[in-house]
Design a protein around this ligand. Structure first.
Ligand SMILES: Cc1cc2nc3c(=O)[nH]c(=O)nc-3n(C[C@H](O)[C@H](O)[C@H](O)COP(=O)(O)OP(=O)(O)OC[C@H]3O[C@@H](n4cnc5c(N)ncnc54)[C@H](O)[C@@H]3O)c2cc1C
Length: 249
C-alpha cells in the first residue's frame, strides 16, 4: 500500500513518531503487530516497525536512527511516500477473564504499548503501564490516561532501576524492549507475552531471516508465528541481545 507521510514529532531524545496514511492497516491492526516499509532509494530489504498508534485512516510508528534506513525515514517530509506492508505478525492476545494488565516497556519497546493500552481498556481491563529508559530525556512519555510508573537507570525520573523491577503483578503481563529485559520478564512471569526483536527480511514468512530459538528446540519465524511469544517459550541465551531496537541512548 502506498502511504504518504502525514507528520513527524519528537517524543524523546533522538526518538521520533512518524505518521502515515494507511487506512487498511489502521482499520485492522492489533497491538504488537508491525508494518514492513520500503521507499524509493531505500535499502534493498524492507524495514519492520511496530505500529505505535492508529487513528482514523492514519497509523504512527516510533523510531530512532540506528542505520541507513532509519536515517532516511527520519529525513522524510510530509507528503513523501512509503510502501507499507501490513499489518503483519501475531500481536498480543488479551486473555479472556483477565481483569488487570501491566504493560512493561523499555526504550523503543514503548512502540506497541499505546495500542495494547487501547485494546486492554476496550476489553474492560485495569491498565498499568511501566516504562523505563536510561534517563528522563530518553523516556517517551505519551500516555492516554492509564496509570503510569516511570523508571530510569539513573533515577532522573520515577523509580531508579529497571522497568521490570518497578512493575507490579497483574492478571496479564505484556512486555516489549531489549531482549535482556524480556529475558528478565520471563524469569519473573513465565506466562507473560513479549514482543521480541530479531533481524528480519521479507516479513511474510518466506525468507526465514527472523528465526527465534525456542526452548522446546527448533525455531519459529518472528514475522509469522511472532513477534509476540509466551516469555518462557523462548530460548533467551540463544537470541541475540544487542539489536538496535534495544538502543536507548
Ligand atoms: C517486529 C519488529 C518490530 C520493530 N519495531 C521497531 C520500532 O517500532 N521502532 C524501531 O525503531 N525499530 C523497530 N524495529 C527494529 C528496526 O526494524 C531496525 O532498527 C531497522 O530495520 C534498522 O534499519 P536501518 O537500515 O536503520 O539499519 P541498518 O543500517 O540496516 O543496520 C543498523 C543496525 O541495525 C541492525 N538491523 C538491520 N535490520 C534490522 C532488523 N530488521 N531488525 C533488527 N535489527 C536490524 C543491523 O544489524 C545493524 O546493527 C523492529 C524490528 C522488528 C523485527
Amino acid at each position: 500500500m502506498d502511504a504518504p507521510i502525514t507528520g513527524k514529532r519528537q517524543v524523546a531524545r533522538g526518538m521520533f513518531v512518524i505518521g502515515m496514511r494507511a487506512p487498511e492497516v489502521a482499520a485492522t491492526v492489533r497491538a504488537g503487530q508491525f508494518v514492513n516499509l520500503a521507499w524509493d532509494s531505500g535499502p534493498l530489504l524492507r524495514r519492520p516497525f511496530s505500529v505505535y498508534r492508529s487513528d482514523g485512516d492514519n497509523i504512527e510508528i516510533v523510531l530512532k536512527a540506528v542505520g541507513g534506513g532509519t536515517e532516511q525515514l527520519l529525513a522524510m517530509e510530509v507528503g513523501d511516500r512509503v510502501s507499507c506492508l501490513g499489518p503483519l505478525g501475531r500481536g498480543f492476545r488479551l486473555a479472556p477473564g483477565a481483569r488487570s494488565v501491566v504493560l512493561i516497556s523499555g526504550g523503543l519497546g514503548v512502540a506497541p504499548m499505546p495500542l495494547a493500552a487501547r485494546d486492554a481498556k476496550a476489553a474492560g481491563m485495569r491498565v498499568t503501564w511501566v516504562h523505563g529508559a536510561r534517563t528522563a530525556a530518553e523516556l517517551c512519555a505519551e500516555s492516554d490516561g492509564e496509570k503510569v510508573v516511570w523508571a530510569t537507570d539513573d533515577g532522573s525520573r520515577g523509580t531508579a532501576g529497571t522497568a521490570v523491577a518497578a512493575a507490579p503483578g497483574a492478571d496479564l503481563v505484556l512486555a516489549c524492549g531489549p531482549n535482556r529485559m524480556l529475558a528478565a520478564v520471563a524469569e519473573r512471569w513465565p506466562d507473560a507475552q513479549v514482543a521480541v526483536e530479531t533481524y528480519m527480511g521479507c516479513g511474510t514468512g518466506v525468507c526465514l531471516g527472523c528465526a527465534v530459538p525456542l526452548r522446546r528446540g527448533g525455531y519459529d519465524r518472528a514475522c509469522t508465528e511472532g513477534p509476540v511469544y509466551r516469555a518462557a517459550d523462548i530460548d533467551w541465551p540463544a537470541l541475540p541481545s544487542h539489536l538496535p531496537y534495544a538502543v536507548t541512548a
